[in-house]
Write a protein that binds this ligand. Structure first.
Ligand code: BGC
Length: 720
């Protein structure tokens, strides 16, 4: 008994070896967007039963045609499945994950995944290569834009929300997407942020930081896992049996499919751990990879590996069963054209999708500076200059992986401003290209526009091509020509609202931060980025997002993040022999949790109950938060712990929970948190969870800074 259906067993029994290997193969169709070029004619491959699923194709005609061939022209008539990187939207594009993480809003994360699933499923897609859960502290890495930031706990909460939204939220099964959590594991720690480079992190870092998001995804029932391209301490992840098989499958009980990354199995030869395709394929199979994406390694390598006795037919059959079972779960045997009865709606057809995108973008936008309360701007303002190479470049605001996104449906900053400040005169000047030589006449036009205005919205940033895969930068900072423009605009003396449309934290010069009166970290906000930004500028939305990623002062500070471990010489500005730089601060410029609101929130004292706990206790915490300013707004509260004495060094702060509270002026609410003893434990010397007797500090604040944090200490007294 294998636990699979009769249909699965019957098919496996009837299949030839090439047909089995076909089911274990995923190929890119015509719309290939990454990696080496796809096969010339996927249709022939489908006819010959040499492919089980296609990636990067969608739409009624494309999917129907490929499926028709599979159902009518192959021997066993097994339907194909279709997978796409639906990371932050399908047709309607939501903010990039690094921006959406800043909302610290589980409901939002879930909602946008659900809407993405709705749209993608109507385009014939059943699988998304998401969520991407690569905790990253290195803005040099282009793919930082795809991840939910620097903290393992935030990544884990994001994982749960996204898996629910993609896979479970729709009553109607055909509207669901199967998630593939990626890239397992620690891809975000590539050396020097150089994409595809080596990874060498400790077992402790894996246990504390990099594995928990994947564990959370598996606990939520994620259907697939994709190993990363990289190695981990010398073991290529596509061949990592200890992590893929022993940990993921056996210890965590993951019973979904493991899908290789693009061409990754063949790349085992380039990693230098396989002499030929047969060895590469057998390493991947033995490690636990069920599906070979684009390497042709299973199709061409496994027959030889069988001959050489490197693998067995049973091992191959186990993968085929998992793939066929997945197709059953997708409902493809019942309805191979599932989802295709109506067209994918998209923002222009579905006003509620647009509204959701605008809401998501507003909730993701971080107001990091607002000197003299320049913002929000009054509607009565007469002249606003919209300046900068990103002011009118809506296509860039869709960010990476905006597969079916359409720039014509996307609203840029200029358009958003024009609509929201309909009574004001908006003067537009590009001022500079995104990158390249400075063009004096463009700068002169921009300076003239600034001089003719009451306030300047200066939109600096990147293009889509500067971020995502294979877009690492040693200098994650504004391009020179943009800095020249900014200098000229600041020199006009007009108040400047700096809007940064970036995919990653940027290293900002001090003069730019100091000279700008307000700074909005808009990042890439998607389809409604422009309107959302204008909503915040006008005060129609009171900003509530907080950074999920720290912004370093300079590249030499990388990695800079909030939860550094204690050292024997903790940083002390008055002691030269404490951990410091002599030329830069230790803390990043902006830290996790930073972000402003147009109102003020005050915290009451933090209460804990009980004050003495043991290993079976649940600790209840409560704190009052009051809106003491003049506008309604949403407070974001962070709950950290600090364990002052443990077997191993602990971070000065560890995030354990977060919550939001919507408050009218004067209103206060009591926010409650509950922590299990488990959540207070840490991986001990042997990496097993450990809780020691003694004090643990609980800290609640509106950021990771000390300013308004409230503390309480509890005593652990174990029973055993
Ligand atoms: C990326 C994956 C992606 C795959 C399919 C690869 O290059 O690393 O994240 O899912 O392509 O598009």
């Amino acid at each position: 008994m294998t636990g699979y259906s009769r249909q699965v067993e019957q098919l496996v029994g009837e299949m030839t070896l090439p047909e089995k290997l076909g089911q274990m193969t995923m190929l890119a169709a015509s719309l290939v967007v990454t990696g080496p070029p796809g096969p010339d004619n996927p249709v022939t491959l489908v006819q010959e039963g040499r492919v089980g699923g296609l990636l990067n194709t969608w739409g009624h005609d494309e999917i129907r045609e490929a499926q028709r061939v599979a159902l009518t022209q192959t021997r066993l008539k097994i339907p194909l499945y279709f997978g796409v990187d639906v990371l932050h939207g399908h047709r309607t594009i939501f903010p990039i994950p690094l921006a959406e993480a800043c909302a610290f809003d589980r409901d939002l994360w879930r909602r946008t995944a659900r809407l993405s699933a709705d749209e993608a499923s109507r385009d014939g897609i059943q699988m998304t290569f998401a969520p991407m859960l690569d905790v990253c502290r290195d803005p040099r890495w282009g793919r930082i834009s795809e991840c939910p930031g620097e903290d393992g706990f935030v990544n884990a909460e994001y994982a749960r929300a996204k898996v629910r939204g993609f896979q479970n939220d729709h009553e109607d099964k055909k509207r669901r997407l199967m998630g593939v959590a990626k890239h397992f594991v620690a891809y975000g720690a590539v050396q020097a942020g150089r994409d595809y480079a080596q990874v060498d992190v400790s077992e402790r870092a894996l246990a504390e930081i990099y594995l928990p998001p994947f564990k959370a995804a598996v606990e939520e029932g994620v259907c697939g896992i994709m190993p990363s391209f990289t190695d981990l301490a010398g073991v290529a992840m596509s061949a990592h049996r200890a992590l893929l098989h022993d940990l993921l499958r056996v210890k965590w009980g993951f019973n979904g499919v493991i899908i290789s990354d693009y061409n990754a199995i063949a790349e085992l030869m380039l990693h230098g751990v396989a002499a030929d395709l047969a060895e590469a394929a057998s390493l991947a199979l033995k490690a636990g990879i069920d599906i070979d994406m684009m390497a042709g390694a299973y199709e061409n390598g496994l027959p030889l590996a069988l001959e050489r006795g490197l693998v067995s037919m049973d091992e191959i059959d186990a993968c085929v069963r998992r793939v066929l079972h997945m197709k059953e779960q997708m409902g493809l045997f019942e309805d191979p054209y599932r989802g295709l009865e109506t067209q994918s709606p998209g923002p222009d057809v579905m006003p509620q999708h647009r509204a959701a995108a605008r809401d998501a973008a507003r909730r993701s936008l971080v107001l990091i500076k607002n000197r003299g309360e320049l913002l929000p701007l009054p509607r009565s303002i007469k002249h606003i200059a919209a300046i900068g190479p990103l002011a009118d470049r809506q296509s860039e605001l869709m960010g990476p992986w905006c597969m079916a996104g359409d720039e014509r449906e996307t609203v840029g900053f200029l358009q958003g401003l024009r609509e929201v400040f309909a009574e004001s005169e908006i003067i537009h000047a590009k001022g500079a290209k995104v990158e390249g030589e400075i063009e004096p006449q463009l700068v002169a036009q921009a300076v003239a526009a600034a001089n003719a205005s009451d306030v300047v919205m200066l939109c600096l940033g990147e293009e889509r091509q500067h971020c995502g895969e294979a877009a690492s930068r040693t200098r994650p900072e504004p391009f020179e020509c943009q800095l020249d423009l900014a200098r000229a605009i600041l020199a006009t003396g007009k108040p400047v609202i700096l809007v940064l449309a970036t995919s990653r934290p940027w290293i900002l010069p001090d003069w730019l931060v100091e000279g700008s009166q307000s700074i909005l970290l808009a990042m890439f906000g998607g389809t409604e980025a422009g309107r959302a930004t204008a909503d915040v500028i006008a005060g129609d939305y009171n900003p509530s997002a907080r950074l999920a990623i720290s912004w370093p002062f300079n590249a030499g500070q990388i990695p800079a993040y909030y939860n550094m471990r204690s050292t024997g010489r903790p940083h002390d500005p008055n002691n030269g022999f404490s951990t410091s730089f002599i030329d830069a601060p230790v803390a990043p410029r902006f830290m996790l949790g930073d972000g402003l609101s147009y109102t003020r929130f005050e915290l009451g004292s933090l209460q804990a109950d009980p004050l003495v706990i043991d290993e079976s206790s649940t600790l209840h915490l409560s704190i009052d938060v009051q809106n003491t300013g003049g506008r309604a707004g949403e407070a974001t509260l962070f709950l950290f712990i600090h364990d002052p004495v443990a077997q191993v060094t602990r971070p000065s702060l560890e995030l354990k929970d977060f919550a939001k509270a919507d408050l009218n002026p004067g209103q206060s609410k009591t926010i409650r948190f509950a922590l299990s003893a488990d959540q207070l434990s840490y991986p001990g010397l042997d990496l097993k969870p450990r809780l020691d007797d003694g004090r643990i500090d609980i800290i609640v604040g509106t950021s990771a800074h000390g300013r308004d944090q409230k503390r309480v200490s509890v005593e652990v007294k174990r029973k055993s």
